[in-house]
Design a protein around this ligand. Structure first.
Ligand SMILES: Cc1ncc(COP(=O)(O)O)c(C=O)c1O
Length: 385
């Protein structure tokens, strides 16, 4: 089934029907887990599948479900978000250059500095909110720009349509890490991006139980190029992980609604708390920034960060919380709190962390689906004197 068979369906209906219609034998409503590596074909004739590194029916159904949400030319699944980003950069050649949002996820920085630099692919971290800075760094060998908006962990907003225009004028491609917003809130391809990249581990799967990644491609030739490379290198998920992701997708829209409502209430609560210096959440951003976000997104998402007045408070906070779990990762049904300075962003050199505002008092909250009163009471208790 292609995206175009569901032209008028709302995202809630598309997500609920993820994987429906993929069992040709029994009509199973839930796509089966095709736990097989190889496929018998009738005699010398080849069948639709031949080897599971190349394609597997469960993985195929999951890819199609994600592809429908963004109306892509094709979507590929990976064993993690980092595997997806790695394959994307592997499409480049020695001498090429990549630009990345300066406060992007630390792992993105790490593969560029620790891995791709050894193969002659260079990178620069830039403030992608500022088009002049981006233009200054776009060189003749810049082939790829990787943007996170809202960024991780400071929820900074970069203007997608303007970036796409600028990047294309320099004959490069734009990839947007859409992990935080997901297709139910932001569709980068519609804003001109070439790729929408995911840590599907997060909201798409949604239950803190599966690692996966995805890339949605705008054009068929981009999809073919990535598909060939993925088949050659093999960083694909197994059928069970693809199935867990497919099951998670069915509730993506309602999970996001609930998580976002909870996040809005927590952001308001924190913004008036006397132990909190500032809250980073798109709804609370200054009006011009909020306007840019709402031009390209249909909601604020469920990630927020806040800065404690006294950085040492973070220890008591993390020790006292009971509903909100101290853990890395994000986007699942359970609320999680992270200390980016020591956890998700520790790969960044200390001066860079400080320059970006990733300082010891900064906390990142991934808001889950719990009852809002329990979350408010938990935070209130955690922040008490
Ligand atoms: C925005 C973002 N992109 C990519 C990744 C990497 O994804 P994974 O952990 O699935 O490899 C993460 C992980 O936290 C992330 O937060």
């Amino acid at each position: 089934m292609s995206a175009h068979e569901f032209p008028n369906w709302h995202l809630e209906s598309l997500t609920a029907h993820s994987g429906v219609g993929y069992d040709p034998v029994y009509g199973a409503v839930s796509t089966p887990v095709y736990q097989t590596v190889t496929y018998q074909h009738p005699g010398s004739e080849l069948g639709p599948y031949d080897y599971s590194r190349t394609e597997n029916p469960t993985r195929h159904a999951t890819q199609e479900a994600i592809n429908r949400l963004e109306k892509g030319a094709g979507t590929l699944l990976y064993s993690s978000g980092m595997a997806a980003l790695t394959v994307l950069v592997q499409t480049l050649q020695q001498g090429d250059h990549v630009l990345i949002t300066e406060d992007a996820y630390g792992g993105t920085y790490r593969i560029m500095v620790d891995l791709f630099s050894k193969f002659g692919v260079s990178s620069s971290m830039v403030n992608t909110r500022d088009l002049n800075q981006v233009e200054d760094h776009l060189g003749p060998r810049t082939r790829l720009v990787i943007v996170e908006t809202p960024s991780n962990p400071l929820l900074r907003i970069s203007p997608l349509a303007e970036l796409a225009e600028l990047v294309h004028a320099h004959h490069a491609e734009l990839a947007v890490d859409n992990t935080f917003m997901t297709a139910v809130r932001q569709r980068p391809l519609e804003m001109g991006a070439d790729y929408s990249v995911y840590s599907a581990t997060k909201y798409l799967a949604g239950h803190n139980d599966v690692l996966a990644g995805a890339i949605v491609c705008k054009a068929p030739e981009q999809y073919r190029r990535l598909n060939d490379l993925t088949n050659a290198t093999g960083s694909v998920p197994g059928p069970w992980d693809a199935w867990l992701l497919l099951r998670g997708l069915k509730t993506l829209a309602i999970r996001m609604d609930r998580q976002e409502n909870n996040a809005r209430a927590l952001a308001q609560f924190l913004s008036t708390h006397d132990r909190v210096r500032s809250v980073y959440y798109p709804e609370l951003a200054e009006p011009s920034v909020k306007a840019v976000h709402m031009e390209q997104a249909s909601g604020y998402g469920a990630m927020l960060s806040f800065l404690l007045k006294d950085p040492d408070t973070h220890i008591a906070l993390m020790d006292r919380l009971k509903v909100i779990l101290p853990a890395v990762s994000l986007g699942g049904v359970e609320s999680l709190i992270t200390h980016p300075y020591n956890e998700t962003h520790r790969e960044l050199p200390e001066p860079m962390r400080r320059k970006l505002g990733i300082i010891p008092g900064l906390m990142r909250l991934s808001v889950g689906i719990e009852h809002i009163d329990d979350l408010l009471n938990d935070l209130s208790d955690g922040l008490r004197d």
